[in-house]
Design a protein around this ligand. Structure first.
Ligand SMILES: [Fe+2]
Length: 524
């Protein structure tokens, strides 16, 4: 089992910054954290970028789908993919969250809170053991941002985490913003939380921005790190020693230069904030710690079933959620009900822009909401769920199902392998007599749908409307044995005459070969 090296200050590697990172080396960041799932099912451009980044920087893997707290057994196909990525990438470490994402094979794609009970702890210790044995390394688990307290809790969050770290012999990814958020939402003392965590178990620290909603705070990752969070971070570093630290910024992502300035704020925080006393007037530190509650309470599997059905069906919770004076049980659960729907909704909107335009915003939004309410995800990642929306439109007999199908196909293009495409120079080097025997195929980054050509270049997908001759010409080249047979087909379908067939095909190649759409099925 490996130990955790000290790497310094890092950032989350986000596609908006790929060019900055690749074109400016060194870029001012010591290491990068990736979201594992974003690179598990692709061998396209994202993987190429990651390979280049890895060649210059240490990289760590941070997952969101391990669901270590779920009552379900470990999803072995998921774990296998995770290990395959790790074997290829050789990350400095692998992390996930102290949470569950679903039960009975349903995936909410959200990080849900676990009950802090002995049964839940024992189950999680066992699963961490399985995962660490399979991966052959210690993993880091992150403390969650917590919006809901189970009435059945018999342990404080930090006591639960402390025991988990010791009994499972794993490490902690300490998210300081999550501690601040959780403590505000549950009226706890963040300093007590930090004090309780053993320094030797902290492998990495997360910092991020949040949103204040009056009686609760949401961990949104969409803004600058709050000053209080930064002060809490400085306190943590002063009392626990310097730890690997990175910033998460996942929506409304700013320019890379802003991320670097934010990282400077973090580096300078220890000078700016001397030890701060965070104790709150009404700390209910002991109130949550009640081992006597263990009697006559539902099992943690029942709790998860209750939670999941309330989130999926938008129901009010029963007395299994702890009601608070200023943050009711229904409000606590509503944070998860809202987040579940918003995450799926936003992901679908992003992948179907043209279908949405054709359908009209309001009608389309109703269709998405209907899909979400009727179709819980059973996938480890979001992509297949988003693609399933196209099939849903087909079953709804939507007149725009065809466009949705095309857009689902387009999003798949981004994950296709990058292959070496044929250039005009390569063709020019051929003996003219051999040209008719040349065999070309449309590459994996290219799709023809109707009279439209879609070509993926890096993460962008370009479209071009084709004439009948262009469409048939590209299909012929792709489907026939060689260029000679493609010519014959165009002639037979009366798209050109015998005398101008060769010219027509040459024009076609001159126009489309430079777009990088053709590959040779055998070695050039
Ligand atoms: Fe985090």
């Amino acid at each position: 089992m490996n130990s955790i090296p000290y790497l310094g200050y890092g950032l989350g590697l986000r596609s908006q910054h790929w060019e900055d990172v690749l074109n400016n080396q060194p870029c001012g960041v010591d290491w990068f954290e990736i979201i594992s799932e974003n690179f598990m099912l692709t061998n396209g451009y994202p993987q190429q970028v990651l390979k280049k980044v890895r060649a210059s920087y240490p990289v760590v893997m941070h997952g969101v789908s391990l669901s270590i707290g779920s009552h379900d057994p470990i999803d072995m196909p998921y774990l296998k993919s995770l290990k395959q990525l790790a074997d290829w990438l050789e990350p400095a470490w692998i992390s996930d969250h102290i949470c569950w994402t679903g039960i009975n094979r349903i995936n909410s794609h959200d990080l849900l809170p676990v009950p802090y009970t002995e049964a839940s702890l024992a189950h999680m210790v066992n699963k961490v053991d399985q995962v660490q044995n399979y991966l052959g390394r210690k993993i880091l688990l992150e403390n969650p941002s917590n919006y809901m307290e189970f009435s059945a809790n018999t342990l404080n969050e930090w006591d639960f985490i402390k025991q988990l770290l010791t009994r499972a012999d794993c490490m902690l990814l300490l998210d300081i913003n999550n501690i601040y958020v959780t403590c505000f939402n549950h009226n706890l003392d963040p300093k007590c939380y930090i004090d309780a965590i053993p320094a030797t178990r902290i492998g990495q620290v997360h910092l991020a921005g949040h949103e204040h909603h009056g009686n609760h705070i949401i961990d949104t990752h969409n803004t600058h790190i709050n000053e209080d969070v930064l002060a809490l971070y400085a306190y943590t570093m002063a009392t626990k020693g310097c730890k690997n630290t990175m910033i998460e910024w996942d929506s409304d992502i700013p320019a890379f230069s802003t991320m670097l300035s934010e990282l400077d704020r973090v580096r300078d925080s220890s000078e700016k904030y001397p030890l701060v006393n965070f104790s709150r007037e009404k700390s209910v530190l002991e109130a949550n710690h009640n081992p006597d509650r263990a009697h006559d309470l539902p099992s943690f599997k029942e709790l998860m079933n209750n939670f999941q059905s309330c989130v999926l069906d938008n129901k009010n919770p029963g007395d299994w959620v702890s009601d608070k004076d200023n943050f009711s049980a229904a409000e606590q659960l509503n944070v998860y009900q809202y987040a579940y729907r918003k995450r799926l909704f936003d992901a679908i909107v992003e992948d179907y822009p043209q279908t949405r335009e054709l359908t009209g915003g309001t009608e389309f939004d109703i269709l998405i909401r209907t899909y979400i309410e009727h179709t819980p995800s059973t996938y480890a990642t979001l992509e297949p769920y988003i693609q399933g929306f196209a099939d849903f439109l087909k079953h709804q007999l939507s007149p725009h199902a065809e466009m949705a199908k095309t857009e689902a196909m387009i999003s798949e293009l981004r994950n296709q392998p990058q292959t070496k495409t044929v250039t005009l120079e390569m063709i020019a080097q051929m003996e003219p007599a051999n040209l008719l025997n040349l065999k070309l195929r449309l590459g994996p980054m290219t799709k023809l749908a109707g009279n439209t050509l879609y070509v993926c270049d890096k993460l962008q997908v370009y479209r071009q409307e084709l004439t009948d001759l262009e469409n048939e010409g590209l299909q012929s080249i792709d489907q026939e044995r060689n260029i000679g047979d493609a010519l014959q087909r165009l002639y037979e379908r009366e798209l050109c005459t015998a005398s101008n067939a060769l010219t027509a095909l040459q024009t076609l190649l001159k126009e489309f070969v430079p777009k990088g759409i053709f590959v040779r099925p055998e070695k050039w």
